[in-house]
Design a binder for this molecule. Structure first.
Ligand code: KIV
Length: 289
């Protein structure tokens, strides 16, 4: 069986110049397919809220949601590193509460590591987790859990002040003990500068070509869903949504026209019983009519 990558191995990939392929997954079949396709890290992202649960933002996603979905992912991908997002506000009530919540994601969910959105302000929480044996990935740039504060899903690192803040935060995260940093919607030159300035891998989404790895949302990569918006930073590798819609529509048409099911989809009686008319066979132990 495939062996899940470990934290030291992920860190070594940066030094060896080996790009890291991360993908989100939220359930058993998506995790299974991601593992079979050779993904290095599966992220049970709280984008779960948007692409699976139908929320407008990631804010309503709960710890229980993340535990439930992480369990399914771990069952589907037993040979892949699984990182789970700590949902909104579950790591903002101090290091002890953060440890309690992260421990649940690992103990009850089976995650190998957790991810949290934020910079230098999270140093104490990250230190508490890493000293307790919980590996952490940081998340800088656009941090969707703060969408109400930021006022929209905007590209970050556009000016010098913003760039300097991102560099400072990345260094603070590294010092606090993260083993990787997701950079979301960060200008390409700033993402390149951050990648150069830290020894842990950066994993970009909408952060250009210089990151040490890339991450995409499963449903974006596959256009899996209805009304998936085109996003500049996403490459669509298949249109699974169109394939599913077409297949279900054919099914509905065939049920209505009685083209499905055909004889081959049904089950015959055994040979002896088949010789008698069905009305005289006592199928369920009752009196034959
Ligand atoms: O929740 C998520 O899917 C993420 C990725 C966008 C990195 O955090």
């Amino acid at each position: 069986m495939k062996q899940a990558l470990t934290v030291p191995k992920i860190k070594a990939m940066k030094q060896a110049g080996k790009p890291i392929a991360m993908l989100t997954a939220y359930d058993y079949p998506s995790a299974m397919l991601a593992e079979e396709a050779g993904v290095d890290i599966i992220l049970v992202g709280d984008s779960l809220g948007n692409v699976v649960l139908g929320y407008d933002t990631t804010v309503p996603v709960t710890l229980e949601d993340m535990i439930y979905h992480t369990r399914a992912v771990v069952r589907g991908a037993p040979g892949t590193m699984v990182v789970t997002d700590m949902p909104f506000a579950t790591y903002r009530l101090g290091p002890e509460e953060t440890l309690r919540n992260a421990a649940r994601l690992m103990r009850e969910g089976g995650a190998h590591a957790v991810k949290m959105e934020g910079g230098a302000d999270l140093a104490d929480e990250i230190r508490r987790l890493t000293l307790s044996g919980i590996p952490v990935i940081g998340h800088l740039g656009l941090t969707p859990q703060s969408v109400h504060q930021i006022g929209g899903y905007r590209v970050q690192g556009k000016d010098r002040k913003d760039a300097e803040k991102l560099l400072e935060d990345a260094k603070a995260l590294e010092q606090a003990g993260v083993f990787g940093i997701v950079l979301e919607l960060v200008t390409e030159p700033v993402a390149a500068a951050v990648t150069k300035s830290v020894n842990v891998p950066t994993i970009g989404i909408g952060a250009g070509r210089s990151c040490d790895g890339q991450v995409l949302v499963y449903h974006d990569l596959l256009r899996y869903g209805s009304g998936i918006r085109d996003k500049r930073f996403v490459k669509t590798y298949a249109d699974v949504g169109a394939t599913i819609r077409q297949a279900i529509s054919e099914y509905v048409t065939e049920v209505k026209s009685q083209a499905f099911p055909e004889e081959k989809h049904g089950f015959p009686l055994d040979e002896a019983s088949a010789k008698e008319p069905v009305t005289s066979v006592r199928l369920y132990g009752g009196e034959a009519p």
